[in-house]
Design a protein. Structure first.
Lengths: 290, 285
């Protein structure tokens, strides 16, 4: 059976990507998936040789053809997403257009337009890729600028990662998840085997961990917790760990505050490929997880 | 005047900048926490009474006595949120975008809407700062409607500071839309630079005026500054990497209390922002 470990954090910037790259390196024979599709960074540590690149079409987009628009305003009346723009015109009737950043592609305006003046093409929302890296294959993606459907793209990346793992005989997938607890995080967790939450010893880290562990429980997933930069506030680290234990999570280690982590990133290396002190802590975390 | 604080990469210091910038205001200020998945501003602003409002979205309900299984609703729905597996329609609320289409296209008028809770908005006051915070319920993926609700409750006559979520997708777009000026916070690292370029693409595609704040100066290199020079993006402020700031943040304290020299630089930033935002607001059609 293929095991899938998803690394998430609730709060952003706690070190998910640095840790994911290190764990994948330590695992030896693992496939990595970057599911932080709207700010993907794993490829900066694992420079990819792209094998395959595919467009990601998802949902549709309403576009008014001005020549056929009779300015009746029905689209504006029906749209619940505040996506229809009306501009007054001195010489004639108002001009209507759709704001692509606000349109959710429901099609209501298209359905009710009396002159059929609204096109409804498929929308290119990004691309996804299968690549080879120095530690093994990686499935990653890039969401289009200001695009929708990050959750669907996450599901697609995970599906592709599973197919590839089956085909090429990998029994471990390590997934770099997005921050937060919303749509793309939910899409990263459904059907996974284990979740590792990376947090930091701050009031924000503590607050956000509580919510992300709630989400893991919601999906009935076993959660492991690791505090990054723990020595920044040792009392807070203790407090976070005891709260995490109470909510049923396993504590899998602490990673010290170490400027060498940023230095590894500057060299496009994972932390454990350098001899900086935090590498030792990450190895201990992997011993607990594997 | 609306100023939004965003970033591609998470953990670059949006919240730190928002609360510390808010401290430079003596007059009433509205501070909006649009990071409704993981709101943190309240941790830095001890407040008295908190007023809470439940936010809902309309979700279709099918009257099974009226539904004749014609499939007009499922044919219409772009999100596969309503299907007709047997004789009557079945709704999947977690896929629904609340567009209202199925209800309108149903020839039997068998579909009505009910309010489904997605989260809450909390309003509180700390001195001159009015905090409006959105908090999505755990397990709910419909984030943008709650952000809309947070932004709807503002008084446009007073200055507004928005703390946006990280990333570049729909929750961020919903948060920064309509702002007079956007501050993009980043750090001088490869991740910081890469995610900044994505965030710049996003704000440019929305036609918004923006500038950059670099936090933790000194941990990496100067490629972020080079990028800003090349792209003619204003560098608004550089905050040095300082363990005192990180430790103050870890305890929920203000950076400008730990590092008092920040105060005057934030006051200068605020003045500059007012000029930039007024200029951008004047240029808008």
């Amino acid at each position: 059976m293929i095991r899938e470990l998803v690394v998430i954090s609730g709060k952003g910037g706690t070190g998910k990507t640095s840790l994911t790259a290190s764990l994948a390196f330590l695992a030896g024979h693992a496939l990595v998936a970057d599911c932080d599709v709207d700010a993907a960074d794993l490829h900066l540590l694992l420079p990819p040789r792209i094998r395959e690149k595919q467009p990601f079409y998802s949902s549709r987009e309403a576009i008014i053809r001005p020549a056929d628009c009779i300015s009746c305003g029905l689209c504006l009346a029906y749209c619940r997403f505040d996506a229809v723009r009306m501009k007054g015109s001195a010489s004639g009737p108002a001009l209507f257009s759709i704001d692509p950043a606000a349109c959710e592609g429901c099609g209501l305006c298209v359905h009710y337009c009396p002159t059929g003046a609204i096109d409804f093409p498929e929308r290119l929302c990004g691309e996804w890729m299968i690549s080879d890296t120095r530690i093994g294959p990686m499935v990653h993606a890039r969401l289009g600028v200001a695009a929708e459907n990050s959750g669907k793209l996450v599901s697609l990346v995970r599906r592709q990662a599973r197919e590839l793992a089956e085909k090429e005989g990998y029994n471990l997938i390590i997934t770099d998840g997005p921050p937060g607890i919303g749509c793309p995080v939910i899409a990263s967790l459904t059907g996974a085997n284990q979740v590792l939450v990376v947090t930091e010893p701050t009031v924000s880290g503590e607050h956000d961990l509580g919510r992300v562990l709630g989400l893991a429980r919601h999906f009935d997933l076993p959660a492991a917790v690791c505090v990054n930069k723990w020595d920044l506030n040792p009392e807070m680290t203790e407090c976070i760990e005891s709260k995490a234990r109470l909510s049923g999570a396993q504590i899998v280690g602490r990673i010290r505050y170490d400027p060498g982590v940023t230095q590894a990133m500057m060299q496009a290396k994972s932390v454990v490929e350098t001899d900086t002190p935090a590498a030792e802590d990450i190895r201990a975390v992997w011993e607990q997880l594997k | 005047m609306i100023i939004a604080i965003a970033s591609g990469k998470g953990g670059t210091g949006k919240t730190t900048l928002a609360v510390n910038l808010a401290q430079t205001y003596k007059e009433p200020l509205q501070l909006l926490d649009c990071d409704v998945e993981e709101p943190n501003l309240h941790l830095f602003l001890p407040a008295g009474a908190i007023e809470e409002e439940v936010i809902t979205v309309p979700i279709p309900v099918v009257d099974e006595t009226l539904c004749d299984g014609c499939r007009a609703c499922s044919a219409f729905c772009e999100y596969n949120a309503i299907i007709v597996p047997k004789q009557v329609a079945l709704v999947f609320p977690e896929l629904c975008h609340s567009c209202g289409g199925c209800m309108l296209v149903c020839p039997q008028r068998a579909i009505k809407e009910r309010d489904q809770r997605i989260g809450v908005i909390r309003r509180s006051r700390t001195g001159n700062i009015q905090l409006i915070q959105g908090l999505i319920d755990v397990g709910v993926s419909a984030v943008p409607p709650l952000i809309h609700a947070v932004k709807k409750g503002v008084n446009p006559a007073l200055p507004i500071l928005i703390d946006a979520p990280p990333g570049t997708s729909c929750p961020v777009v919903t948060s920064v839309r309509g702002a007079d000026y956007v501050i993009l916070v980043t750090e001088p690292t490869p991740f910081g630079l890469h995610d900044l370029t994505l965030a710049v693409d996003m704000v440019r595609s929305l036609g918004l005026s923006f500038g950059v704040v670099v936090n933790r100066m000194g941990i990496g290199d100067d490629r972020v500054q080079e990028f800003c020079r090349r792209e003619k993006i204003e560098l608004l402020l550089e905050i040095p990497d300082d363990r005192r700031i990180a430790e103050a943040y870890s305890r929920g304290q203000m950076a400008c209390e730990a590092v008092p020299e920040l105060r005057s630089r934030l006051a200068a930033l605020r003045e500059r922002l007012e000029t930039l935002a007024a200029h951008a607001a004047g240029r808008r059609p």
